[in-house]
Design a protein around this ligand. Structure first.
Ligand SMILES: [Zn+2]
Length: 305
């Protein structure tokens, strides 16, 4: 399924080509294998724009698994996460986000999708977070991010779900710079266990990845991370690599197809928190003509509000 990721990236000015994973395996360093190419990227606004007009609008099924549930534990990586001014409301806010997404109407926008292992479900289990103040990397190498996840597994800070539903988002303190994306998700294996994982730049003061939240009271940096967090988790649930499950003829997943389109100022989560979030593509809503339009005017986006 790697070819589809390359198609998805063809319009962008970057590729994720990583070195083959090291074959060394020991108790201290479990074998780590990352997908060679990151997918599910959130392109920065105005960069790597994806055009849908000539495509079949709905996504099709490609034979793989989905996530019937998600077991999440966040990693905040980089020395700035020891700085309370930098941290601000981001760590507590994202813990609230992951807790509150479980059972929310927003999460239910992904529930229509099925795979070889059943149907996507709206419940998730959030296990909190880890702070690692060692120097973080950017997002250009999926193996570097998977190695950080593996480091936390080895340290006993993360216990991977044996059913393969672990989803580990890695939030670094590194700014995006010239990268054309805000975040991505992909999968790998650690010691033989499949893990979904995702990467997020520090989006403080980054207009290219900013949803423009003016109503919830969250800091700009938290609001920006929350929006792309919604994009990546929704994609991982409907299209966990690999092999892939639900994406369209150009490789766009449910988050990609509604990226940077917002229907309401904020959606409410099951724990009462409020977030400005992009919608997620629903084949059912598009077919019924009841979604709100994406950036190409296709009415297949839902936010569960
Ligand atoms: Zn995406």
């Amino acid at each position: 399924m790697h070819h589809r990721k390359l198609v998805a990236l063809a319009g962008a000015a970057f590729l994720f080509v990583v070195a083959p994973a090291a074959g060394a395996s020991s108790a201290a360093n479990p074998r780590v294998v990352a997908d060679r190419v990151a997918h599910g990227l959130v392109h920065a606004k105005g960069g790597g724009a994806v055009h849908f007009a000539r495509r079949t609008a709905n996504m099709t099924y490609h034979g793989g698994k989905i996530l019937p549930t998600a077991v999440t534990k966040a990693i905040f990586w980089g020395p700035s996460w020891a700085n309370s001014t930098f941290v601000g409301d981001k760590i507590t806010g994202l813990d609230s986000w992951y807790t509150g997404t479980s059972g929310s109407n927003y999460a239910k926008t992904v529930d229509e999708y099925t795979g070889t292992n059943g149907q996507v479900g709206a419940t998730a289990t959030h296990q909190g977070h880890i702070i690692d103040t060692s120097t973080a990397t950017g997002g250009g190498n999926t193996t570097a991010i998977l190695n950080e996840v593996a480091k936390q597994v080895t340290a006993g800070n993360i216990v991977l779900d044996p059913a393969g539903n672990s989803y580990i988002p890695v939030y670094v303190d590194v700014k995006r710079g010239n990268a054309g994306y805000c975040a991505w998700h992909t999968s790998g294996t650690i010691g033989g266990n499949v893990v979904q994982f995702a990467f997020f730049f520090n989006l403080d003061g980054d207009p290219g990845c900013d949803p423009g939240d003016t109503t919830t009271g969250h800091s700009q940096g938290l609001a920006a991370l929350a929006n792309v967090t919604a994009h990546e988790l929704s994609e991982a649930r409907s299209d966990p690599a690999s092999p892939g499950a639900w994406y369209d003829s150009s490789g766009a997943e449910n988050g990609d197809k509604c990226a940077w389109t917002f229907h309401v100022p904020a959606v409410s989560f099951s724990n009462g928190t409020q977030w400005k979030l992009q919608g997620e593509w629903s084949n059912a809503a598009y077919s019924a003509g009841i979604g709100y339009p994406n950036s190409s005017g296709q009415k297949g986006c839902l936010d569960g509000h």
